[in-house]
Design a protein around this ligand. Structure first.
Ligand code: NZQ
Ligand code: ZN
Length: 394
């Protein structure tokens, strides 16, 4: 196992009516004293169709604050949108930022909370240069409407700089939201496409930790195998019947469990598939979960020999393949990757870059060259090999 530090300060209220019952008190508890307004950050308007907007507005008013709205946070939020939000914060008397929505609304608001409390260029200093961040951002809490990123319970905020075509995150413990309120009922308005993309993102987060050193069986590997097995079961059930509330609630909590850092303690963390997807997204604005679904099987066929014991465990313990049916460990490992690939087909996720809107083959080299190379992978890729992977996925 590797040494690790684990910290998570987010307080979670999970359950039906969790917003109605808790949000006003949370705002009162965490708001900066002496200020009068709450900034309500959200996306393109889905929160107005599932009750989350009305519930949040009521809670803010019940807590005694005026509301400053900051809507229109796009999927794959941009640095410019984050800076626009900071201007609004500076022009007002904001006691707390409340993000309501999916990962994009949460990430943008978490980053705004950092920049609003910092005199320098937060993007350059923290996202690009990875300088230490040891000040307290503006208080920020979240109401989740879409399970996927785990942003509600983690220290990351992913932004896209559209001038440089760089999409990236940096994790600092103080970026964790102070609270996360999670009512699974809000997720019931999600389109099937987003259910699939978000749930695959959750699976990807687990795999990115699982497929990294140490390649043996460390305690949290067992936890991740259990999480993956259950998530695959729930994924199938949600596609078959999106109205099943218990299944959708289970996926919602799985999203937080997958990406709160805890299941991956002691592991190096790969995230090369994420790095490759982030740059595809930076150039083409493709959907995050769909991009991951396209990339993962091909990426794993490139690296499985470098982490063979984990790929064997994945085949046996997640896909429950019988080792007696295969004449070598390599064959078993490949069958596990094949099972993942077949599952992606079965649930109806895209399989090629062209299907997700990456249709200019000529751009692939530039995108590949812009990718961050993971140091936590079983084997560090080269930019040439990333291009090969893109070409194979095209
Ligand atoms: O914008 P609105 O109108 O709210 O609609 C959204 C959006 O169109 C919609 N949606 C969300 N909840 C809904 C709903 N529609 C109906 N009913 C609901 N209950 O779904 C669409 C996608 O939302 P978005 O927030 O963009 O999706 P997601 O949660 O997947 O977030 C994606 C962003 O998070 C980043 C991704 O790269 C991408 O930028 N990530 C953040 C991470 C983190 N903070 O830890 C880690 C991830 O690996 C990821 O990189
Ligand atoms: Zn992700």
């Amino acid at each position: 196992m590797n040494s690790f530090v684990w910290q998570n300060r987010t307080r979670v209220h999970f359950g039906y009516n969790a917003v109605e019952e808790n949000l006003a008190n949370l705002i009162k508890e965490f708001a900066l004293p002496g200020k009068t307004q709450v900034l309500l950050g959200y996306g393109g308007g889905s929160i107005k169709r599932n009750g989350a907007y009305d519930d949040a507005v009521k809670a803010i008013k019940d807590a005694g604050y005026d509301i400053v709205e900051f809507g229109g946070i796009m999927s794959n939020p941009t640095l410019d949108k984050m800076l626009e939000g900071v201007e609004i914060i500076k022009a007002n008397d904001i006691a707390l930022i409340l993000a309501v929505g999916g990962g994009s609304a949460m990430d943008c608001c978490k980053a705004m909370a950092v920049q609003a409390a910092y005199d320098g260029d937060a993007w350059q200093d923290f996202w690009m240069d990875g300088k230490p961040m040891n000040f307290e951002p503006l208080p920020c809490g979240v109401v989740v409407t879409m399970p996927a990123t785990g942003s509600e319970l983690n220290p990351c905020a992913v932004l896209t700089n559209t001038e440089t075509n760089i999409k990236c995150d940096r994790g600092y413990p103080k970026i964790n939201p102070l609270f996360a309120v999670m009512d699974p009922e809000y997720t019931m308005t999600m389109p099937t496409r987003q259910i699939k993309a978000g749930t695959f993102d959750i699976l990807s987060h687990i795999m990115e930790g699982y497929f990294s050193a140490p390649a043996g069986n460390w305690a949290t590997d067992d936890m991740m195998e259990g999480l993956m097995f259950g998530l695959i079961r729930d994924f199938r059930a949600a596609v078959a019947n999106p109205e099943d509330r218990d299944v959708r609630a289970s996926i919602m909590w799985a999203g937080s469990l997958a990406e709160n850092g805890f299941p991956k303690t002691g592991k190096s963390l790969d995230f090369q598939a994420h790095n490759m997807e982030h740059q595809l997204s930076a150039y083409t604005n493709c959907n995050h979960g769909e991009g991951l679904a396209v990339l993962h099987p091909t990426y794993y066929r490139h690296i499985y020999k470098d982490g063979l014991p984990k790929f064997v465990s994945f085949a046996k313990n997640v896909w429950r393949l019988n080792p007696d049916d295969y004449d070598s460990e390599e064959a078993l490992a490949l069958a596990g990757i094949e099972a993942l690939d077949d599952f992606i087909t079965e649930v109806g996720l895209p399989k090629t870059l062209r299907e997700i809107g990456v249709d200019d083959r000529g751009m692939l080299k530039e995108i590949a060259d812009s990718c961050f190379i993971s140091q936590g992978a079983f084997r560090a890729l080269t930019h040439e090999e990333i291009l090969e992977i893109y070409e194979e996925c095209f």
